[in-house]
Ligand binder design. Sequence first.
Ligand code: SF4
Length: 330
Amino acid sequence: MKIGRILSGMRPTGKLHLGHKLGVLDNWVKLQDSYECFFEIADWHALTTHYKETESLKDNIFQMVCDWLSVGINPNKSIIFRQSDVLEHSELFILFSMFVPLPWLERNPTYKEQLREIEGRDLFTYGFLGYPVLQAADILIYRADTVPVGEDQLPHLELTREIARRFNYLYKPIFPEPQAKLSDVPALIGTDGRRMHKSYGNTIPLDTEEEDLKNIVKNMVTDPARVRRSDPGHPEVCPVFSYHKIFNIKEVDYISNACKTAEIGCVECKMKLFVKLNEFLTPSREKRKYYMEHPKEVWDIIYEGNRKAREEAQKTMDLVREAMGIKIWK
Ligand code: SF4
């Protein structure tokens, strides 16, 4: 018995990394058992910022779904679908656009922040401003009651709730006001100690092979004050130690003490981490290889997910058209 319905998605920007697994995907895998899950490949959303780079979109979708499947997203439990294959999303987006006041979008803190922070892209487009309206359509078209989000996405979800309220008030109460399901997983930092981001080159891709993984760990930043092997270290400022706290829980106390007393050197400490990380990544890496060798299976999963998603979306659109008085023919 499922306790609710979830919509969550990702923009297809290519291969995923460890931060995605810990921060999002492991949570999705758990939610599959208690919720009816719709997992969206948000390709239109990718275009809001990358509308000039469409040549890699298809491969990015494939790579991302291989990662989803390899970590345990199960198409027998959940619906995996591509946003642009369910055209009803765009219809609902247009209808919402008619009554969403412009200031709701302009005051959105994420919009302002991204305009400031994302460099080298033309973000002064209608599509980018309207991004949260499309996101609202994505969620509400499945009448999802729950959305797993990080703190930073709360303003977007609040906008979705406002749109649902406004629709329900203007026409007919069709939409639930989806609730946020906050994830309590702390963000994994990058291998250089900065925020983990692909553009910084400080991620660990999920498909990293053993030798490459060893090199990544070897090159990880450590406590900058620990210059010589004999210097006592400060594990609390060391990115390697923050990884031990997640992937090598049993040895954390030992490593903390051994670092502070210079009993262990950084090379040995990193090798311990490498072993644990490799154990952690091996099962999904193997599963991923299988999907890479069987692309038809992956596309078939998406195709079937599209069909199921479309069925649900059409039911909602039928109610919406009726409520808005634009349904004339049966
Ligand atoms: S011993 Fe380990 S925790 Fe201490 S500074 Fe070196 S890598 Fe970091």
